[in-house]
Design a protein around this ligand. Structure first.
Ligand code: GLC
Length: 410
């Protein structure tokens, strides 16, 4: 059986991360693809740099927002497809934050705040580039520029959790010289995860042998079939809170927190990480709605986070959506659509569940089960691998979206 390399095991254990899409495009508030989709001219677009002050970018506030949500790592767009770098490119070009009115290395601030608060920094880096003309005209020169850019990120900022690339799908037939790019990372940051987004059309696909995690962009991950792999590769799903990565001022289509929490659980069910995106406003502030959603997820994580970090996929069958994860001498039972205790004049039972819930294939012998939120014991009977749990309602005053019970095993 394949076992994960330490960096991959550590990544899996972190479970939940925050994605940040922020760049010059954030000033326009119409998504990070606006240059391309709205057919803007680069000579106009690059003027966005003249108004980029980053005055509301408070790395510490961002890191604490992530930390309070229960995130263990943050993946920041150090450079997105527009080609503008939030870091000091050390002379590779002038299209970077230190040359803007911000006059700051924002990646440095981000890394410092992460290190201060025990959050692992990850660097998103585009491979597709709309700014650098070499991308179309002299691809080899472009690849060397890309490699040098990545080398700066790997040598100037201390230990990095990983590099997260995006854009190879834009030239599917090109030779991206990945041995050289990934070799540069392995040389300077041997413990860094290497991830390269395979995009919406190729979710979960494995590429180069150095890749440590496959990606599921905007989609629910499926269980990993490792039978034909040469090494243990893990998975990560990235997800938007509404319909854009970079902020869309008129994107009002926020997903309910319940869906965002359920999705986190769905990821963990198959052992995948969950990378939830925020798109900060024009000068770098996390907008109130996104901050509030992160805060709400944090309240859920405070109560049930142990199950997210410690739980590993556990094969059982149940009659519905409920599932289990295995922890240290315990099982975590994830329960959905629960009813609230009370009076039928005020709490509805429609579509809600209480009562006996059956699982099969439970190979461990259970000693006791209790709700993680209030410690209430749940009665159960176990017959070999068949388990029946008496699911009680949530106490009036609470409603957890997903409620988790912890079963102690022998
Ligand atoms: C896509 C988009 C990009 C976004 C990324 C996040 O590949 O091109 O804008 O950063 O997905 O997964």
């Amino acid at each position: 059986m394949l076992t994960p390399a330490p960096r991959i095991a550590q990544f899996e254990k972190m479970g939940f991360g925050m994605f940040i899409h922020w760049g010059l495009y954030s000033q326009l508030g119409v998504g990070e693809w606006t240059f391309h989709l709205h057919k803007r001219k680069m000579e106009d677009y690059k003027k966005l740099m003249d108004t980029f002050t980053a005055e509301d970018f408070d790395a510490e506030d961002i890191v604490l927002t992530a930390k309070n949500a229960g995130c263990k790592y943050i993946t920041l767009t150090t450079r997105h497809h527009e080609g503008f770098s939030l870091y000091d490119t050390c002379g590779l070009n002038d299209f970077d934050a230190p040359h803007s009115p911000a006059k700051r290395d924002l990646v440095r601030e981000f890394v410092d705040a992460c290190n201060k608060h025990g959050i692992v920094p990850f660097f998103y880096h585009t491979t597709l580039d709309w700014y650098n003309k070499d991308f179309e005209n002299d691809f080899d020169a472009y690849l060397e520029y890309l490699r040098k850019s990545v080398e700066i990120l790997c040598t100037n900022y201390g230990k990095v959790g990983g590099l997260w690339f995006d854009g190879n799908w834009s030239k599917p037939d090109a030779d991206w010289k990945l041995d050289e790019l990934y070799g540069t990372i392995r040389k300077h940051q041997p413990e860094a995860m290497i991830i390269n987004n395979t995009g919406l059309d190729a979710r979960g696909c494995i590429g180069h042998p150095e890749i440590d995690s496959v990606t599921f962009e905007q989609g629910r991950p499926t269980p990993m079939d490792r039978s034909k792999m040469d090494k243990y590769i893990t998975a990560e799903m990235c997800y938007t809170m509404n319909d854009h990565w970079g902020i869309g001022h008129t994107d009002l289509n926020y997903k309910p927190p319940k869906e965002l929490i359920e999705c986190l659980c769905d990821c963990r069910k198959v052992g995948a990480n969950y990378l939830l995106n925020v798109g900060p406003g024009p000068q770098g502030e996390i907008v109130p709605m996104q901050k509030a959603i992160m805060g709400l997820i944090g309240r859920w994580m405070e109560i049930f986070g142990e199950a997210i970090y410690e739980g590993k996929p556990y094969e059982t069958k149940s009659m519905g959506k409920y599932f289990m994860l295995k922890g240290d001498k315990c099982l975590y039972i994830f329960c959905y659509s629960l009813s609230i205790a009370g009076d039928s004049n005020v709490t509805t039972l429609m579509g809600k569940y209480t009562g006996i819930y059956a699982f099969s294939g439970v190979k461990d012998k259970i000693k006791s089960i209790e709700w993680m939120d209030n410690g209430e014991d749940l009665s159960f009977t176990q017959n070999g691998e068949d388990l029946m749990v008496n699911i009680t309602p949530m106490p009036y005053g609470a409603s957890y979206c997903v409620r988790v019970a912890k079963a102690i095993i022998e």
